[in-house]
Design a binder for this molecule. Structure first.
Ligand SMILES: Cc1ncc(COP(=O)(O)O)c(C=O)c1O
Length: 362
């Protein structure tokens, strides 16, 4: 029998990987509840789904042809949308792919990246894959960025500072003054704005002023097409050029291209859904606040992080999962007593609140 570990790069032999959301059918099988009755609030998906124009456009693609390696049509559409030129833009199979490409381009063995934790897991995942180190700078007791410690952690090994704003899972946004301090270091600062459409904040315009700023965006959340894998980066054109040189030629599918273009065409429809989610976030927040033993944290994303009493979170999580309501539990040591809830439809919120009330009162 071959011991594949002997063939592997040593730093990957015991790699544990990312902890992604399971498919609906797996959740259904696990809870013994039919898929159509599962309430899935664990992956920050958009409960309203895509624009109807996306579904129509998908029927018209020509799947026997390869997509354009230069992504001309979608980059032009994004250029019109963002106000930058096509040369500033690269599209990926989700923003995850752009994160991966950035690692491949600039981070190697012995290098380090900085993140403000707890935060999205793909940055440290990328660092481990690259045989690099992650310096996780703890956020303060309200999960705000500790800018002095973040700046203080920079050394000659630091290649990228990753900022997620709004931050997943805590919901915080970064201040303009903290952004300025980070950008003035001259290091590559990657701002992951996966949830910016749910917040009144974006630093995309700053790309004109800062050559070292990379903005990451996705269509997974506001546009409801997580399953089609569409994300993009906006940055200095020289950097885009280097990323194009190393990417897989056909990295985004024709389906993803069609969905991106029709989502942009139907932006007002999709932004109404975003408004519904933002409204529901406020309603869910006050309902959660009214439950004894649940302490929701303010959020600028399409999710709310909730704190539970010491040692209670995993029981509550399991109790909800047994009843077909799936939320997100974390392995991060600071999030031991927390659960993240994605904002769904009002009906999903009501079902969650009723069940949660039962569970915490028993
Ligand atoms: C902060 C953050 N960045 C990026 C992503 C990945 O987005 P995509 O679906 O575009 O790969 C997610 C997904 O949950 C996220 O939370």
């Amino acid at each position: 029998m071959i011991d594949f570990k002997n063939m592997m790069l040593p730093h990957l032999a015991n790699f544990t990987g990312f902890d992604p959301a399971d498919p609906l059918e797996v959740m259904a099988a696990r809870s013994g509840i039919p898929p159509e009755r599962i309430i899935r609030l664990n992956a920050n998906e958009n409960p309203y789904g895509p624009s109807p124009k996306v579904l129509k456009a998908l029927l018209a693609i020509k799947p026997h042809l390869y997509p354009d390696p230069q992504q001309r049509l979608v980059r032009r559409a994004l250029a019109d949308f963002t106000g930058f030129t096509s040369e500033h833009i690269i599209v990926g199979a989700g923003s995850d792919e752009i994160i991966d490409l950035l690692f491949r381009l600039v981070v190697g063995k012995g290098d380090s990246i900085i993140e403000c934790s707890p935060t999205f897991g793909m940055y440290s995942f990328g660092a481990r894959l690259a045989s690099a180190t992650t310096k996780s700078i703890p956020r303060d007791n309200r999960f705000e960025i500790d800018i002095d410690s973040t700046l203080g952690a920079i050394d000659s090994t630091t290649k990228i500072v990753f900022i997620n704003s709004p931050n997943n899972p805590t919901g915080n946004i970064i201040s303009s003054s903290d952004m300025k301090s980070l950008l003035q270091t001259g290091l590559l600062v990657v701002v992951d704005e996966a949830y910016s459409e749910f917040a009144d904040q974006s630093f995309i315009d700053w790309v004109s002023d800062y050559e070292n700023l990379v903005i990451l965006r996705t269509f997974s959340k506001w546009a409801g097409i997580a399953g089609l894998r569409v994300g993009y980066g906006v940055m200095n054109p020289n950097l885009t050029g280097y990323l194009f040189a190393i990417k897989q030629p056909y990295n985004i599918t024709l389906a993803a291209e069609a969905a991106l273009i029709s989502s942009l065409e139907d932006r007002s429809y999709l932004m109404r859904n975003v408004e519904l989610i933002v409204k529901e976030r406020a309603r869910m927040f006050s309902l959660l606040q009214n439950i004894d033993g649940v302490d929701p944290k303010p959020s600028h994303g399409n999710y709310i992080l909730c704190e539970f009493g010491q040692g209670k979170a995993s029981d509550v999580y399991q109790g909800l999962a047994d009843r077909g309501i799936f939320l997100r539990l974390f392995s991060h040591e600071r999030l031991e007593n927390y659960i993240r809830v994605s904002v769904g439809t009002p009906e999903q919120t009501d079902a969650l609140i009723t069940t949660l009330q039962e569970l915490v009162s028993t």
